[in-house]
Design a protein around this ligand. Sequence first.
Ligand SMILES: Nc1ncnc2c1ncn2[C@@H]1O[C@H](COP(=O)(O)OP(=O)(O)OP(=O)(O)O)[C@@H](O)[C@H]1O
Ligand SMILES: [Mg+2]
Length: 273
Amino acid sequence: MSASETIPSSTDVADDGYVFEATDLVKTFGHVQATRRVSIALRKGEVLALFGDNGAGKSTLTKLLCGVYSPDSGAIRVGGSEVVLRGTRDAEAHGITVVHQDLALAPDLSVLENMYLGHEITRRGVLGGLGFLDRSAMAERTAAALHKLSIRLPSVSVAVKDLSGGQRQAVAVARASLWANAGILMDEPTAALGTIQSDIVCDLIRSTAAAGIGVMVISHDIPRILDIADRVIVLRHGQIALDRPTGSLNRSDVVAAMVGLTGTDPENEEDNR
Ligand SMILES: Nc1ncnc2c1ncn2[C@@H]1O[C@H](COP(=O)(O)OP(=O)(O)OP(=O)(O)O)[C@@H](O)[C@H]1O
Ligand SMILES: [Mg+2]
């Protein structure tokens, strides 16, 4: 990271109320069509639940939306303009941050180091040479980000491996919220967490959305996520089987769409009978 590089601010992204609008995203692995013309948009300030059975294409879709994969076809627009995301850095520059299914925190590094991994703030040395890490600026921003999300830790210097699973998850969410100006994509943030920890993460998701960030959450914990979601999308066989405001949707409506008892699945017309 160069000394002149700064943390992107929300003013870098034209504000049309959307984090992104994606149309007709196709991603194929060999003969597996992981996503088949998926169109999906995320609004700022909303919690969007993305449900679907194992292998439905949820993680693939997330990776397309954060630049880990390039789509075979289809387009992603940010601020009304088409963007090409060549990696998560590109996505972050457009305000989109991701919390992957496997968390991806470095266990031996401290909370502070994890928060800034790959984003270290540098200051030019007196001789204009290599920048050095501006630790106090990083610690200040980390403390502010954790405070905003009501996360209490003994210290930002504690190693991530010494945190509980819930605290780690909270740090991963806080890290994403620090770098997201517009949206966060969370792939199963409550998997493997207990009830109380899951509730904490759900609170974090709600407060992040209340701060104007759009949050897309993938989960198999349908009732818990339905509780906090404004809108629900169900993927089935790489296609959208349901896209509705949460409203009166309940678990059985979601499961019905997941298994093809409602919605459309052109591959199997019998699904709709
Ligand atoms: N890198 C890859 N190479 C080949 N096939 C892949 C790859 N990633 C995903 N797939 C396939 O694409 C399909 C969708 O997988 P994906 O991981 O997106 O599902 P998912 O909805 O996230 O499932 P889960 O709920 O189990 O996490 C699956 O059939 C999977 O085997
Ligand atoms: Mg997945």
